[in-house]
Design a binder for this molecule. Structure first.
Ligand code: NAP
Length: 402
């Protein structure tokens, strides 16, 4: 693990407010470095109620971090929303987004079934819930098992929601023809399977809603255009993949009685994985900088906003069809890197030339070298409130000192 000095402005916030911190929750309450506790910088600040602590422990991938008070407030309202339904099946729950979703739903007491290709791996990831006495159900996602559809049918029966997050990793891999096939089948075939199973169920047993992931890659790439949910699809590999992925979910039309919500995820920002999982260590080593021209757009969403939006989609019966799951304020790659650098106290001065990325990733370089500026018109119209609408607050909430 990298040793990282605490960011000066964080220290100042807490140290400066040392006296005021007692009895209420300051903006930042914990550093993991032992000497901060020794000098009383942390101790005096960390006064939280038991409820706040419980909720804040569910924030941060492994509960290592305590959350700022505004996050806790949001989490409490999201928890309340999540308590309004009883059961959910999550496909792809062991991934970056899925683990956050499971943390929150388990905390809200929702009965969860984890649908995974590897039950043993999933059990290891979620073992902490068993230790806390929260029991999760597991269901194997297998294409070879003959009676598999029957098993899935039992898993899905009478569930309030199915959330489908499955898909082989898109970023950071060279897209060979074989891998492209895997990118497609892991999304399109898995979604087709889910839909096929739901269609064969008795109407009264069908889940109430299917929330299916997609991506803003649906729109193709552009430095100049702005897209919203009404924009037409692009024609590059990712756009075609998203179109097929969404079309597989939309085969479940309203006559089947299961509402379908498709969320086009932007780049997901959160601690413990995703884009920050790969960028933060590079910045910490003073080697950070924009990739390619720096002018490409990044449409992004903070992971807790994404989890809230998934829950909002489950509980809001008026939501159906496609919604952009990205903040209303996309940024360019340069702005993203400059903000990240400032927040972790590192410069953003070493650009990575496009040719290097193209050589390493081939066609897959499109994910970092090109982007799209996407606006969540329908999401906002559906009454969703982004807790992190701007990149600074999203990165501040996500970048943690471990
Ligand atoms: N993170 C982002 O920035 C972002 C942006 C846009 C869209 N998305 C999409 O949103 C979804 C969730 O994102 P994420 O970051 O949580 O993804 P992730 O961490 O890569 O996890 C996705 C899950 O999909 C399952 N999976 C992986 N390879 C598979 C395969 N070959 N066949 C079937 N299932 C497979 C795995 O679950 P098991 O091993 O348990 O089966 C894995 O935990 C993904 O579909 C992703 O493409 C993500």
């Amino acid at each position: 693990m990298l040793f990282v000095l605490p960011h000066a402005s964080l220290l100042k916030t807490c140290h400066h407010q040392k006296k005021k911190c007692v009895g209420y929750l300051p903006k930042y309450v914990k550093f993991s470095l032992p000497w901060t506790e020794k000098f009383g910088i942390v101790k005096n600040c960390a006064r939280m109620s038991d409820t706040d602590r419980q909720v804040s422990d569910s924030y941060g991938k492994l509960g290592r971090d305590r959350a700022p008070s505004d996050i806790i407030a949001t989490q409490l309202s999201v928890l309340d929303q999540a308590r309004s339904f009883k059961s959910a099946c999550i496909v792809g729950a062991t991934g970056f987004v899925g683990q956050y979703l499971v943390l929150l739903l388990a905390r809200a007491g929702v009965e969860l079934t984890i649908v995974t290709r590897d039950v043993a791996k999933a059990k290891a990831i979620f073992a902490k819930y068993e230790r806390r006495g929260q029991s999760l159900q597991y269901c194997e996602l297998s294409s070879s098992h003959r009676s598999h559809n029957e098993i899935l049918k039992t898993c899905f029966s009478k569930k309030d929601a199915i959330v489908n997050l499955a898909g082989a990793p898109i970023a950071g891999r060279r897209w060979t023809e074989t891998y492209k096939e895997q990118l497609i089948s892991s999304r399109v075939r898995v979604t087709q399977k889910i839909v096929e199973v739901i269609k064969t169920m008795d109407k009264e047993e069908r889940p109430k809603v299917l929330v299916n992931a997609s991506a803003v890659g649906y729109y193709g790439v552009s430095d100049s255009k702005e897209f919203d949910e009404t924009s037409p699809p692009g024609d590059d590999f990712l756009a075609v993949l998203c179109r097929r992925w969404e079309s597989a979910a939309q085969q479940l039309d309203q006559s089947f009685g299961t509402r379908v919500v498709i969320l086009r995820f932007g780049i997901v920002i959160g601690s413990g994985g995703g884009v920050l999982g790969s960028m933060t260590p590079i910045f910490q080593m003073f080697l950070g900088g924009p990739v390619g021209t720096g002018r490409q757009w990044i449409s992004w969403i903070q992971v807790m906003d994404l989890v809230s939006l998934i829950i909002h989609s489950i509980t809001n019966e008026n939501m159906f069809g496609v919604y952009n799951a990205c903040s209303p304020a996309p940024v360019t790659m340069s702005d993203f890197c400059n903000t990240l650098g400032k927040i972790i106290g590192r410069p953003s001065w070493i650009p990575v030339p496009a040719v290097v990325i193209r050589t390493i990733l081939g066609e897959g370089s499109i994910v970092v070298l090109d982007g799209q500026r996407v606006y969540p018109s329908r999401t906002l119209a559906a009454g969703f409130h982004f807790q992190y609408p701007d990149i600074r607050s999203a990165l501040e909430a996500s970048v943690r000192i471990h």
